[in-house]
Design a protein around this ligand. Structure first.
Ligand code: FPP
Length: 242
């Protein structure tokens, strides 16, 4: 149980790592690891919504994940498609809005079409925004943003003097999302791996030893409790905060 009910992170971002190792340690296929990982994702989404987290962003497929064997990529896309089909009703019933970040034009047509339908069908839900990062990479996102801004400067739509944090924010995939408060990575790895680099400038980082399929509500609660015990100074001194 979460002791402190206030000071819930407004935006949690999760790098769901360790499906492959979880499967290997049980003599299962990597795909079975991802399937079990999907069950963790489902539990964590529900728990976040229940705890009052307003934004949850899951790193489901990176720009680098295309380098995996084609069979694994295909099965991951199938899993995404099946999960969207089986969970649409659940998202609706629980008042959760689905959005995506990343270049989804590379996601297979049939999956992309259904993804758009789910985003559209849930766009007025307002309990929590669940964002799936798909074909997402932070550097890719920043490059796109710079290109778009440069284009606007070239065409005299904006002046160089207008370029500030807020303008850059408006050109990122995450333009409608707040900054990340808590970034969680599972499986004992201590890296950010090109995930929300700009948006996590002041995020608290929590590294869990659990492999993603083992990461359940109690581990999420530990991560939030850890977050609640941190002092977020945003560059100020402790004295200035009190
Ligand atoms: C990392 O584990 C996981 C992924 C690259 C895919 C994430 C997908 C899921 C959790 C399942 C589906 C989720 C949704 C939202 C449909 P890994 O394969 O890198 O594990 P390893 O490092 O142990 O090999």
């Amino acid at each position: 149980m979460l002791k402190e009910k206030t000071n819930i992170p407004n935006h949690i971002a999760i790098i769901m790592d360790g499906n492959g190792r979880w499967a290997k340690s049980r003599g299962l296929t990597r795909h079975q690891g991802h399937k079990e990982g999907k069950e963790s994702a489902k539990e964590i989404v529900k728990t976040c919504a229940k705890l009052g987290v307003k934004n949850l962003t899951l790193f489901a497929f990176s720009t680098e994940n295309w380098k995996r064997p084609k069979k694994e990529v295909d099965l991951l896309m199938d899993l995404l498609h099946n999960s969207l089909m089986s969970e649409l009703k659940e998202l609706k019933d629980n008042n959760i809005r689905l959005t995506t970040i990343g270049d989804i034009s590379k996601i297979p047509f049939i999956v992309r079409t259904f993804l758009k339908k789910v985003c559209d069908d849930t766009k007025n839900n307002n309990l929590m925004t669940l964002t799936l990062a798909l074909n997402y990479g932070s550097r890719d996102e920043i490059i796109n943003s710079v290109k778009n801004i440069a284009d606007k400067v070239k065409n005299n739509i904006i002046s160089v003097e207008k370029i500030d944090e807020s303008l850059i924010n408006q050109h990122l995939y995450t333009r409608k999302l707040p900054d990340v408060d808590l970034m969680i990575r599972t499986s004992g790895e201590k890296r950010i791996s090109n995930f929300l680099l700009w948006q996590s400038a002041y995020a608290e980082l929590h590294f869990s030893e659990e492999l993603w399929p083992d990461f359940k509500s109690e581990h999420l609660i530990s991560a939030i409790t850890d977050y609640q015990n941190r002092e977020r100074r945003f560059g100020k001194t402790s004295e200035q905060l009190t």
